[in-house]
Design a protein around this ligand. Structure first.
Ligand code: 1HN
Length: 321
């Protein structure tokens, strides 16, 4: 080793005990030319997960679980990461069960996949939920879930939990009783029935339509400061527009089947094949488009971290595609 190299190594070794590290060896990785999400594009197949949810229902009592959820964890990351910034899980509830009242700093939304007679009570407003509905649980609001009638109910939970890994300020509290006192409500700003969303999408001409879920309490605002949502319609055997954003997305297939093409900067292609009730994720800055392979309309729901990025002034859209 040339003397200067030996000296340099000795110098670098002397830094560690002082709790300092050189920036110059890692600078390019820290400020890469484009986002480098760690998440891998992944599909969670309902056909495979549905029996596992049933097994969880049989083996894990509600009292034991607080929330009976299978988390959708990205194979390149660990819980609670579905993408680098978003958490998704499938929740399963059986008639008569109580998912007890609690509140936390994290925001949650739910997209109902299967069943009826299930309800969420948010701060005393008890809302019944149906397939396709979006239900919000704003930060620090008491919420519990339950289920009347027959058969289970299953929904997709979307939370901003990964952010609390980086900013560990998530508080939670349990209510003194299982249920927060409630009254039934039909119309509430926290519920977005599917019917109206589909009517909106169907009234738009063209092969690809997007509905932006917006807060009903603060007009024009996103669903939360961190998580936002959209519904999309793609015409029979048609393709959606290409899209590339700094946001990451969790998609859920409400109806239809097809695939999503993801093109990397080096031209490499990933195909995510999906069918009804599947969930899949698109990491940040991936260029992607959906292809409807069915002879009827395909409807997708997504939630993303777009509001977070907008609020931090780091949302970026490639509009040259
Ligand atoms: C939560 O409160 C719910 O209320 C679901 O249904 C999933 C995952 C992590 C932390 C809190 C719910 C959750 C959660």
């Amino acid at each position: 080793m040339a003397p200067v190299q030996a000296e340099k190594t000795e110098f670098l070794n002397s830094l560690k005990p002082e709790n300092v590290e050189p920036l110059w060896t890692v600078m390019s990785a820290m400020v890469p030319p484009v986002p480098q999400p760690k998440a891998t594009p992944t599909v969670w197949r309902y056909k495979s997960l549905r029996p596992l949810l049933g097994e969880a229902g049989r083996l894990v009592p509600a009292e034991e679980s607080e929330r009976r959820v299978l988390m959708l964890i990205n194979p390149s990351l660990k819980a609670p990461q579905t993408t680098d910034t978003l958490y998704a899980g499938l929740q399963y509830i059986i008639p008569g069960e109580v998912a007890p009242a609690h509140r936390h700093s994290a925001f949650a939304l739910r997209f109902i996949i299967e069943g009826d007679g299930g309800f969420t009570n948010v701060e005393g407003s008890k809302m019944y939920m149906e397939r396709g509905d979006v239900i919000l649980t704003p930060r620090w609001q008491w919420h519990d879930h339950g289920k009347d009638g027959n058969g289970p109910m299953i929904w997709l939970d979307g939370l901003d939990l990964p952010m609390f890994q980086a900013i560990p300020v998530n508080f939670a509290e349990h209510y003194k009783e299982d249920r927060f006192p409630s009254t039934d409500v039909e119309e509430t700003p926290l519920k977005f029935p599917w019917k109206g969303v589909q009517e909106y999408l169907d009234a738009i001409s063209g092969d690809h339509a997007i509905f932006d879920y917006k807060s009903k309490e603060k007009s024009g605002a996103e669903l939360s400061t961190i998580v936002g949502g959209q519904a999309e319609r793609i015409s029979p055997n048609a393709k959606s527009a290409w899209r590339q954003e700094s946001s990451s997305f969790v998609y859920h297939v409400y109806e239809g089947h097809g695939h999503t093409v993801i093109t990397e900067a080096n031209g490499e292609e990933t195909i995510l094949q999906w069918e009804q009730k599947d969930t899949f994720c698109i990491p940040s800055w991936k260029k992607f488009r959906h292809v409807n392979e069915s002879s009827s309309q395909t409807y997708l729901f997504n939630f993303s971290d777009t509001p977070l990025l907008k609020n931090l002034a780091i949302h970026r859209v490639n509009s040259d595609i």
